[in-house]
Design a protein around this ligand. Structure first.
Ligand code: KG4
Ligand code: ZN
Length: 348
């Protein structure tokens, strides 16, 4: 089964060819970072235009890299939400046109489900039940699944997503865009204890996340300590370095604590750390320690396996969309082209 995946929900135009749900024959990603860098965030109108410019050659390149022809595919999987509506529409319209002209089945994939499937590409026998922490620029969710295609939301961001919180502080301090990887790198040399951030208490017992309080606290620290945004090309001060390090530490601590609570309640066999922020080195290190190393030292603890996809599969890509779409293609109606994009599509 050979599937073409197409992804255009935010600022990456991506296409991939995946065989049997997990063998990646090609994985092409056209990033728009340069277009949006000057604005410190994604500008939706510019993103749609860039997708339009790139989608044709990105899809063509995915066939060239894989050494396959369009006639050889068994179906097309496309992200239909959640995301920026203009961006989504480019991928969805392109996929519909291709499916119509090639007479191949077309299936819709929820972007969050795509991120979950990114873990299956390198580890096709991930065991259920699984608990996934999907953590990116647009989402922070804990999702529990007992079998493929069935999802239960255990916790979600009530305000900013974790990646968005990192990107916003980096923008405010003039560090650059996207902020997540920059803060990750800078924090190797900072002091995580210099600034305190109190962890928000969600009083209804849910495993939701809230990061906007950290942003307010960071602004207060900036005002009280007189921290100035970095001038273009200037050096970052030690105090600003310590602030971003403490801020990242607080965000990672929240993500780990909520995942630990979910794990204690649900006892999954597998934990998946997926989405762009899953590239974060402190988050990966802490997950490894908390869920793999420490439990092994406790006699009688049930083993849980933790999966961290490679960075190219962790940030937005179309291989994960093809992987998630693969089981759906067998049941797709080949002539159904009613599929549409939805900016706030929910997985569960
Ligand atoms: O999954 P993704 O590519 O797009 C969305 O679905 O949002 O995630 C992008 C997010 C951005 O907020 C970026 O700052 C963050 O992932 N990110 C990181 C790292 N690499 C990317 N955050 C923290 N540490 C990183 N190493
Ligand atoms: Zn994503």
């Amino acid at each position: 089964m050979l599937i073409l995946g197409i992804e255009s929900s935010c600022d990456e135009t991506a296409a991939a060819l995946v065989e049997d749900g997990h063998v990646v024959l090609s994985n092409v990603v056209a990033s728009q970072i340069k277009t949006h860098r000057g604005f410190g965030g994604v500008v939706p109108e510019l993103a749609s235009r860039e997708h339009l410019r790139n989608i044709g050659w990105v899809v063509r390149q995915s066939f060239l890299d894989a050494g396959k022809t369009q006639e050889e595919i068994d179906g097309i999987a496309v992200t239909n939400g959640p995301g920026l509506i203009g961006s989504l529409l480019v991928g969805v319209s392109f996929a519909k046109a291709m499916a119509y002209s090639l007479k191949k089945p077309l299936v819709a994939v929820n972007h969050t489900e795509g991120h979950i499937y990114s873990a299956f590409i390198e580890n096709p026998d991930v065991e259920y039940p699984l608990l996934a922490l999907v953590v990116s620029g647009g989402h922070t969710s804990l999702i529990y699944s007992t079998k493929p295609g069935f999802y239960q939301s255990i916790g979600r961001a009530r305000d900013d997503a974790a990646g968005e919180a990192l990107d916003k502080l980096a923008k405010f301090l003039g560090l650059g865009y996207p902020g997540g990887p920059l803060i990750d790198r800078l924090s190797q040399n900072g002091n995580p204890r210099r600034f305190s951030f109190s962890i928000p208490k969600i009083s209804d017992g849910s495993l939701d996340f809230s990061f906007s309080g950290f942003k307010t606290a960071a602004l207060r620290h900036i005002q009280l300590s007189g921290i100035k945004p970095r001038r273009s090309g200037g050096k970052i001060t030690k105090i600003a370095l310590d602030l971003v390090t403490s801020y990242q530490w607080a965000i990672v601590d929240t993500l780990v604590r909520q995942t630990q609570k979910a794990e204690a309640r649900l006892h999954p066999k597998s934990i998946l750390l997926v989405g762009g922020v899953a590239c974060n080195s402190l988050l990966r290190r802490t997950f490894k320690r908390v869920f793999e190393e420490e439990p092994q030292q406790r006699a009688g603890a049930d083993p849980v396996r933790v999966y961290y996809p490679s960075p190219i599969l962790t940030t937005d890509n179309a291989a994960m969309i093809a992987a998630a779409g693969s089981p759906k293609v067998q049941h797709a109606d080949p002539l159904d082209l009613t599929l549409n994009a939805s900016a706030d599509l929910r997985l569960c």
